[in-house]
Design a protein around this ligand. Sequence first.
Ligand SMILES: Nc1nc2c(c(=O)[nH]1)N[C@H]1C(S)=C(S)[C@@H](COP(=O)(O)O)O[C@H]1N2
Ligand SMILES: [Mo]
Length: 417
Amino acid sequence: MNRRSLLKAGLTTGGAAVAAGALTIPAQAAGDPVITEIQDWNRYLGDGVDAAPYGKPSEFEANVVRRNVEWLTADPVSSINFTPLHELDGIITPNGICFERHHGGAAQINPADHRLMINGLVDTPLVFTMEDLKRFPRQNHVYFLECAANSGMEWRGSQLNGCQYTHGMIHNVMYTGIPLKTLLEEAGIKTNGKWVLAEGADAAAMTRSIPMEKALEDCLVAFKMNGEALRPEQGYPLRLVVPGWEGNMWVKWLRRLEVGDEPWQQREETSKYTDLLANGKARRFTWVMDPKSVITSPSPQAPITHGKGPLVITGVAWSGNGKVKRVDVSIDGGRNWTTARIDGPSLSKSMHRFYLDINWDGSPLLLQSRAMDEHGYYQPTKNELRAERGENSIYHNNGIQTWHVKADGTVENVEVS
Ligand SMILES: Nc1nc2c(c(=O)[nH]1)N[C@H]1C(S)=C(S)[C@@H](COP(=O)(O)O)O[C@H]1N2
Ligand SMILES: [Mo]
């Protein structure tokens, strides 16, 4: 499986001028029939407003879909698919293509039959219906959710050919929900209540311990994503939102919150979602998703097809610590860096969109991006990460990604030494 290719930075790349300059995109030759001939869509009436009560993307966008990696999918009910990052722009992930990770399949729940219980070290144990929950004051926030295993298959070397597969265990969504703090205070937290156990109603009954400080800081009990109800695969009718922290803690189909005085040591925080170091010890409770970025185009699934000249280099960056302050892009494997332009909303614990507009001279590139967050934390190289954490780990790989752009515009996942 390991198709690691190591390239010496600089050796294979030429000097591609980083200057946006005047656009020299050639006009179409005269006599182009899509201009000179009347087309069917111009001649005949289009679809009526009754054609699609719930709209879908154009048939010409049929390749913008979630995809699996076959050898990772032993059984689809306990597996993962990936967001097609290479096809997206801006910062919001559309609901139908948010990656999915389930440990026991996607539960189908009638909201009339769903309850949220709060018990444990509280003054008054409570049970809410969905209707009850919708009477609490609510908030809207855009947050990324990244699985701790995102880029996990790349720990020992470059392997999967496409940012959908190397970085697609992430989505960025606007949630509508109730601050977890509001609900916990409604029940009354006892003074020794220091942890919250979140439990899902699915067949996996996913359970994670969350420190009370985080629960009161910014967690949400959400029922809407991007304005509409959560999708079943994202936890309909109710999910926990744990901003900036690993996706595993964002319990879907949330049915119970227990307040306790210590963590519960569940499977998902002992045998899984811990980072095995070279010395055999494991890092535990590694909750925060550190700064990370990836160039989404050009990338292996989004090659350059237009030849040399103006080229839009774009990608996404995020940090579980807050806002992304800066993204640098290198076209020569990390020797020289140019600060990219962050465009669109810069929100805490949300994806940021960046661009670097260059004039490509047609020579090979070693493209990299490097995020820095508002606390000055820089995304490390993969080798820096391995020096710290060894090669056993799967989780929390936020190393710098390299794409090798060849002269013909095709792109490959590589590492530079
Ligand atoms: N109840 C429940 N919650 C869950 C899971 C699950 O299997 N069951 N998977 C977790 C994992 S590992 C991740 S990465 C995220 C994935 O969220 P998504 O499916 O919306 O992408 O949900 C988390 N919450
Ligand atoms: Mo995950």
